[in-house]
Design a protein around this ligand. Structure first.
Ligand code: C2E
Ligand code: MG
Ligand code: MG
Ligand code: MG
Length: 281
């Protein structure tokens, strides 16, 4: 009986693995088709100044709308795109599209145009062509490189190597580099000595806890102090309430992003917000 149970478990296990692998393979094929068929869109979420809520930046976030089903979350398809290498083509499309929108904003608003943050995955940072691709896109759109910030994760550059070299090459172009989800990675503080970043995006988990204990406030304060001391911007991620926004301001945060200020939306919504700024106090 024991043997049969073991055999069953093994059978179920492989069946489960097959179905996961099958699901990922189907998803990868659909992603490839979706990229060729133009099924991806970028939405932008404002990054605002505290206090006042003026839009100083936007983060580009990719969306996939397959024609035959509901939208698929990037949390589901980005990992598959990474594993299959499709992220390289998708990432190029994201850079191209975000730079085209950034150029329009720069043309209309000059120095007052928002910075545009673009997420770059670990796999893209290992691609030796990335810095040249970014350089040529920026040149083609005559963008001020200072208006572009690439968001990377701690995990991607942890351990140094080629990915860290790429970050140095990107900084040499004059673009900003932000550490996304800061504080959740393996080696946040050590990284600050070797990785030439310009912005820390303080992870939502630290912001969520702000109405909690004194310890949580101390951590949030320390993170903004570290950023200020090193001459980096700190952006608080995932701000959902007025109370959090007020607290963050009191703790020294100058930049915030989250549903309280605005959800991600199409570029046209950012166009409109830049034309008729709404001030939140
Ligand atoms: P991320 O870069 O940390 O982006 C922030 C995520 O938090 C976004 O989810 C955003 O919609 C969500 N968010 C913003 N404010 C709030 C808030 O107040 N409350 C809550 N609960 N969530 C908030 P989204 O768009 O689903 O993206 C998820 C992740 O997918 C991103 O996390 C990023 O890692 C990845 N991603 C998205 N677009 C791209 C892309 O173009 N390229 C790459 N490589 N990754 C991307
Ligand atoms: Mg990000
Ligand atoms: Mg983030
Ligand atoms: Mg995140």
């Amino acid at each position: 009986a024991a043997k049969r149970a073991g055999a069953n478990r093994y059978t179920e296990h492989t069946a489960e693995m097959d179905s996961t692998a099958q699901h990922d393979a189907d998803l990868a094929a659909a992603l490839r088709r979706g990229l060729d068929m133009g099924e991806f869109r970028l939405v932008y979420q404002p990054i605002v100044e505290l206090p006042g809520g003026r839009i100083t930046g936007v983060e580009a976030l990719v969306r996939w709308h397959p024609p035959d089903g509901p939208p698929v979350s990037p949390a589901e398809f980005i990992p598959v795109a990474e594993q299959t290498g499709l992220i390289l083509d998708l990432g190029l499309w994201v850079i191209e599209t975000a730079c085209a929108d950034a150029a329009r904003w720069q043309h209309r608003h000059g120095a007052g145009a928002p910075r545009v943050n673009i997420n770059v995955s670990a796999r893209q940072l290992l691609d030796p062509d990335l810095p040249d691709q970014v350089a040529s896109t920026i040149a083609r759109y005559r963008l001020d490189p200072d208006k572009i910030t690439l968001e990377i994760t701690e995990t991607a550059v942890f351990g140094g190597g080629a990915a860290l070299n790429t970050v140095h090459d990107l900084r040499d172009l004059g673009v900003g580099v932000a550490l996304d989800d800061f504080g959740t990675g393996q080696s946040s503080l050590t990284l600050l000595r070797t990785c030439p970043v310009t912005t820390l995006k303080v992870d939502k988990s630290f912001i969520d806890e702000l109405n909690g204990t004194a310890e949580q406030e101390a951590i949030a304060t320390s993170l903004s102090t570290i950023a200020a001391t090193l001459g980096l911007r700190a952006v608080a991620e995932g701000v959902e309430t007025q109370a959090q926004a007020s607290r963050l301001e009191a703790l020294g945060y100058r930049y915030a992003q989250g549903y309280f200020f605005a959800k991600p939306g199409p570029a046209a919504l950012i166009d409109a917000a830049l034309e008729a700024p709404v001030v939140i106090d």
